[in-house]
Design a protein around this ligand. Structure first.
Ligand SMILES: *Cc1c(COP(=O)(O)O)cnc(C)c1O
Length: 416
């Protein structure tokens, strides 16, 4: 069968009507929240097929976001690694606002507009999702409430400023540990009280159905563009595609357009400081099946209490104790390989990309590159296409404070 048709058939088959990818996904909520999600799902399933919606989203991507983002051949880096494997980057760091997150935020904002909603709300941890959603709200003229733990507000001052400049209302959450989990709870609570005028916009391919499907659909532009661009540049498909996996949105968008192709697919999870509990956020490597935030997936959890484990990564955008349900499904099917990168491996990749290609990546995206560098050193692939999910401007102060400007890392490299 034609590969494009096979890919389209996959999208039609998964998720099932009630939101399952195999045994993962679904929607486990209170009856009231269920009602709100039903409304979003019904609207999305109708609106997403309308020519008007499709054309408007296409125009936004081109004129506001700057899509398609380029594919770039890393010639110097490939040569440094021995030259057997050529590394290419899909440059989502050049997407407006600096990362792939705007792809689904503009889609969610447009949906809110078509549904006649006045406001979009969300939680944010490091602030990246909050900034992307505030950008969409400003574009569409929607009100925007971003729930954020007080601890995160103090830690992420530049992103708080960005959200405020963009006109969003940053709501401090002072319960519990005052971080992401409490922010999620507070945002859901607010949503219950105002869902008639509001949509809750989830920041990755997570949460109850229809969000894993909707966010995925909005991110597919990454892989669809990259596949066509790569074939245009080289006349071939890449041997492998690689992306980092936090919740899993940039990776699912990159992977699925290659799902029917003879291409190896690798998701890279953050192994942080090591494999001990609380030292990493490698859900696929160390997790088990469970339920969190209204859906089933593979999670890092305390088996006895059914509570999520504490997680850590040098990349704050990757430290979620689970993955999107479609990743759990692709993992069990054996279609995607999940590998890991330590903090130090990600930082080596970060500094290499700065010095050898003139690109400062987000530390999240440096995990994807670290995975590709490992594969390149094994030398089994002629070409690897990496999704560079975002740019590193947000990370430079942290990097310089904790790792300097990279001399240590580059010195070690010469002895490898
Ligand atoms: C948020 C973020 C990620 C992780 O989110 P996914 O849903 O796994 O894509 C990765 N890279 C960047 C730059 C991010 O901001």
């Amino acid at each position: 069968m034609n590969k494009y048709l096979e890919y389209q058939n996959y999208l039609k088959e998964y998720p099932s009507k009630d939101g399952y990818f195999g045994e993962y996904g679904g929607r486990y909520l209170t009856p009231e929240l269920n009602k709100a999600m039903d409304e979003v799902e019904t609207a999305y399933r109708t609106i997403c097929h309308s020519a008007q919606f499709i054309n408007e989203l296409r125009r936004i991507r081109k004129e506001f976001q700057g899509r398609p983002t380029p594919v770039y051949h890393c010639e110097r880096l490939s040569r440094l690694l021995g030259g057997q494997t050529q590394i290419y980057l899909k440059r989502e760091d050049l997407n407006h606002s600096g990362a792939h997150k705007l792809n689904h935020c503009m889609g969610e904002g447009l949906l809110a507009k078509y549904m006649g909603k006045k406001k979009i709300i969300a939680e944010t941890g490091a602030g990246q999702h909050g900034v992307a959603l505030a950008t969409a709200a400003a574009y569409f003229g929607l009100e925007c409430d971003i729930y954020m733990g007080e601890v995160d507000i103090a830690k992420q001052a530049p992103n708080v400023t960005r959200m405020k400049l963009l006109g969003a209302n940053v709501v401090p959450v002072s319960k519990g540990l005052k971080t992401l989990k409490e922010a999620v709870d507070a945002a859901f609570e607010a949503y219950l009280n105002e869902y008639e005028d509001t949509i809750y916009c989830i920041g990755s391919v997570l949460g109850p159905h229809p969000f894993p499907m909707m966010v995925r659909d909005f991110q597919l532009c990454i892989g669809e563009e990259a596949r066509e661009q790569f074939i245009g540049m080289t006349g071939l498909l890449p041997d492998a595609v690689v992306a980092c996996v936090g919740g899993g949105s940039n990776s699912i968008g990159m992977f699925l357009p290659f799902v029917a192709d003879p291409v190896e697919i690798y998701g890279v999870e953050p192994l942080g400081k090591g494999s001990g509990i609380g030292e990493h956020a490698a859900s696929m490597a160390y997790g088990t099946k469970g339920r969190l935030h209204g859906f089933d997936s593979i999670l890092l959890q305390n088996q006895k209490e059914g509570e999520p484990d504490p997680v850590y990564s040098v990349a704050s955008g990757l430290d979620y104790p689970g993955v999107g349900p479609e990743h759990a499904f692709l993992h069990d099917k054996g279609r995607v390989n999940y590998i890991t990168a330590l903090d130090d491996e990600a930082m080596e990749a970060f500094f290499l990309l700065c010095r050898y290609e003139g690109i400062i990546p987000a530390i999240e995206s440096a995990h994807a590159l670290a995975g590709a560098i490992k594969l390149a050193r094994e030398g089994k692939h002629a070409s690897i296409l990496v999704n560079l999910s975002g740019r590193g401007d947000k990370d430079i102060d942290y990097v310089v404070e904790h790792y300097g400007t990279g001399e240590e890392f580059l010195k070690n490299l010469e002895t490898k």
